[in-house]
Every structure is written in C-alpha cells, then in structure tokens.
Design a protein around this ligand. Sequence first.
Ligand code: HSE
Length: 316
Amino acid sequence: MKISVKVPATTANFGSGFDCLGMALPIYNVITIEETVLPGTGIEINIISETDDDDEFAIEHIPKDENNIIYKAVEMLYNSIGQSPSELKINIKSQIPIAKGLGSSASIIVGGLYAANELLNRPADEAALLSIATEVEGHPDNVTPAIVGGLVLTSLEDDGSIVYRKLPWPDEWQLTVCVPDYELATDISRSVLPKEVPLKDAAFNARRTAMFVEALYSKDAELMKLALQDKLHQSYRTKLVPGLQEIIDNLKHEENVIGCVLSGAGPSLLIISQKNNLDRIKSIVSDTWANFNVRTDIRTMKVEEKGAQVIESSFT
Ligand code: HSE
C-alpha cells in the first residue's frame, strides 16, 4: 500500500500571537509512505528538494533514520494502537524551504501522520492527530493550520489536547512572504528566548492578540497595525536575523503597509499590506537585504484554506 499526502506551508505568530496564531500558505510538501513487503528492510527516508533555494546543505543534515521527526510522529501513531512501524519507505518531495520559518518541519510531521493513519485504516481522528503532531513539534501554531488549513487561533491545553478556531482573513489584505537565502533552525531561534518575561510584556502581547482578532472581524487596518506588535519573541530574535530591524524601519512610513513580522521563528518575513504599491514594498525588502549581501525570494500569496489532503492511495 502506498499513500501520498499534500501538506501546506504555514506562517506562525503574526507578531503578538506567539505560539498560538498560524496560517496555511499555498506552498506544499508531498509525503509518501509505502509499506515495503520485504521483511528486515527497516525504515528508509528520502528527501527530494523541489525548491529554487539551495537546500542541499539543510537536507544533508536532516537525519534519515529513526531520529527523523517524521519517524517519531509515525511511531507515536503506531504506538497509540499498540503497534510499531517497520518496513516503511518514506519519500518527502519538498517545495517548502527548510529552516526558513515556513513550517517545513510541521508539514513533514503532519504528512507522515496523515499517511500512516491512512495505512492503518484511520485509527486517529483529527483531535488525536493534532495532539500527536503538537507533541512532536512542541507548539501547535504550525501543525494546526497544516492539518485544518486557513488562519487559526490554536491552544495547547494542559492535558495535551488542542483547542482551535478558524479566523477570517480579509481579502483586501495582501500577504507577502520574503524568504532570505540564509537559514535559521527553529531550536536555535527558540534558544535565545527568555524562560520568563516581564509581566508588562506579557500584558502587552495579551492585549495585542485580542486586538488581532477584533481587527480581522472589523477589517480595521489601524487596529491591525497595533495588533502585529510583539514583546515576547521578535526583539530577542533580531540578532539572529540580519536586516530584520532595518526592513521594519524602512517599511514603517509606507502608507499601505500594515505590518512586517517574522514568519514563525524566522528568518523569513511576512508583510501585511493594502492592495496597492506591492512593487515598492518588494524593492524596499530586496534592497535592504542586498545591503547585507542577502538575496531574497519574495512572493505575494493567498491563504490556503485547505489543510493536509490524501492525494494518492494505491496498492503496490
Ligand atoms: N511559534 C513558533 C516560534 C513557530 O516562534 O518559535 C516556530 O515555527
């Protein structure tokens, strides 16, 4: 049996919504799991990059054995029904750039879980898949939209369950994703965050996240400008993202720009703007990063409303 699953990229945080806001984007990984018939062949993991980006280095450093996150996710699903995975061939066709803050690892975890769930005749429901994926990833803001699509507010509860709600994204607000040519692993980007934060910073983010939800429903760009501000993670990460502060400063006075935030743990940026003057925004970002000898791939895209989908299921 061979199952292929298509999973979208994701952008997380939106500034103030650290670890709780995430959105699916129309860039995809396809994860295929095939049961091999020969006993003793074990687990084989192959990764094929289909990005324009030079992902060779990143791919070389990804474990291709039981230490891979996809194996961990698949193993947890098998274990949940008292089985262990064996003799599986896992192929990852990757269009989502690796270590760029676009949910590449979440998509791989989710794709592995979905494919294995199909192979096993769907023992896990959506809630179980969300919990396992979050346990492997560590936070729910990428895996939730990767599973359910759209923009979500998501919360990891103390018992390990995930509570999420979809939020509406106004059509008139553009999403521009700017991907630099350098990488930043999420664990490094999380390692610079403090274990504790001042109460006033926590209160700042709490009110900004509330503003985010209201700004979406009322399509209030002025409120959204405030909502995208953050005091819990971005300033700590600025030193890991050369050019970030300069780009934010250079975009500050552009009338049509609503905000510029780190995409997930970075280093990619997400710019939210009104519909006009996209070319000007793009040239500000690429010129500023060029001053740091950074090349960038800039794409304006729509929300992907669909989450993970099985695209092939066949007997081999
Ligand atoms: N919320 C996570 C972080 C997203 O900011 O570390 C990681 O992709």
